[in-house]
Design a protein around this ligand. Structure first.
Ligand code: NAP
Length: 253
């Protein structure tokens, strides 16, 4: 592949939130983008935003925790858009609970979507990256990787994303592939709105309380994370690999 060809990116969980902002950003930078989420129809808004701005996008329905669906989705992307050489493993769910109340389903669902999903998607896309001699994998971790009350499942998954990232960087570097991780702090999305609802707070009050604890005194927006992902996905970021970038409005303890 020559670098003048349009690179193809896959963003998982791209129907909304951080994934949608990332898909739009990568498309604005000239990539053809596969907008992948559980429900293909739910990807329409993101696809429409990209195409309305003159970009190229494809909606793809896929459960990232299902190996057969992942393989079929990546095959379809390669056939309809081109070889996927940029992969953003962003799909995510929460099943928060204190340990003594956490069910095995809560544990398995979170580990399956984040960690197994990132593994399956990376495995399916890497052959296209190896063939191209170029690849960028960006895995969404979280400040919760450092430990967070009520999130044993999520913290384990997000810490796991960092170990996966570093291992992919070591295994795949010789093929021109980098792997990096973006670890957001509080970002205003449906996910944090759901957390506010769960703890019985209005979202505005929840955001105001969170912002008061953040050095830059605001919560993050999806575009803040898309910006960090775009850096790692950049053609010129080829010497940056195996890194974890916390994007949280300040340092974390
Ligand atoms: P979000 O608004 O809840 O969006 C997540 C997307 O992932 C949804 O569209 C969801 O689809 C999709 N998804 C869930 N399970 C999937 C599966 N099995 N296969 C494919 N897609 C699936 O979340 P967000 O806040 O944008 O978060 C995006 C990523 O950033 C997640 O990995 C999250 O853990 C991480 N993160 C977020 C924050 C934050 O403050 N928001 C902080 C740190 C890290 P449905 O709508 O159909 O469920």
């Amino acid at each position: 592949m020559s670098t003048t060809e349009q690179r193809v990116a896959v963003v998982t969980g791209a129907a909304r939130g951080i994934g949608a902002a990332t898909a739009v950003r990568l498309a604005a930078e000239g990539r053809a983008v596969a907008v992948l989420d559980l429900d293909e129809a739910a990807c329409a808004d993101t696809v429409e935003k990209i195409t309305a701005a003159g970009g190229k996008a494809l909606a793809v329905g896929c459960d990232v925790s299902d190996a057969a669906q992942v393989d079929a989705a990546v095959t379809r992307v390669a056939a309809e858009l081109g070889a996927p050489v940029i992969l953003v493993n962003n799909a995510g769910v929460l099943r928060d609970n204190l340990l003594f109340k956490m069910s095995e389903d809560d544990w398995d669902t979170v580990l399956d979507v984040h960690l197994r999903g990132a593994f399956l998607m990376s495995r399916a896309c890497q052959k296209h990256m190896v063939d191209a001699g170029f690849g960028r994998i960006v895995n969404l971790s979280s400040s919760s990787a450092l430990g967070n009350r009520g999130q044993a499942n999520y913290a384990a998954a997000k810490a796991g994303m960092q170990g996966l990232t570093k291992t992919l960087a070591k295994e795949l570097g010789k093929f021109g592939i980098t792997a990096n991780s973006v670890a957001p702090g509080f970002i205003a999305t449906d996910m944090t709105a759901a957390t506010a609802a769960r703890v019985g707070m209005g979202f505005e009050d929840f955001k105001t309380a969170a912002a008061s604890q953040i050095p830059v005194q605001r919560v993050g927006e999806p575009a803040d994370i898309a910006n960090a992902v775009a850096f790692f996905a950049d053609e010129q970021a080829g010497f940056v690999s195996g890194q974890v970038l916390y994007v949280a409005g300040g340092p974390l303890n």
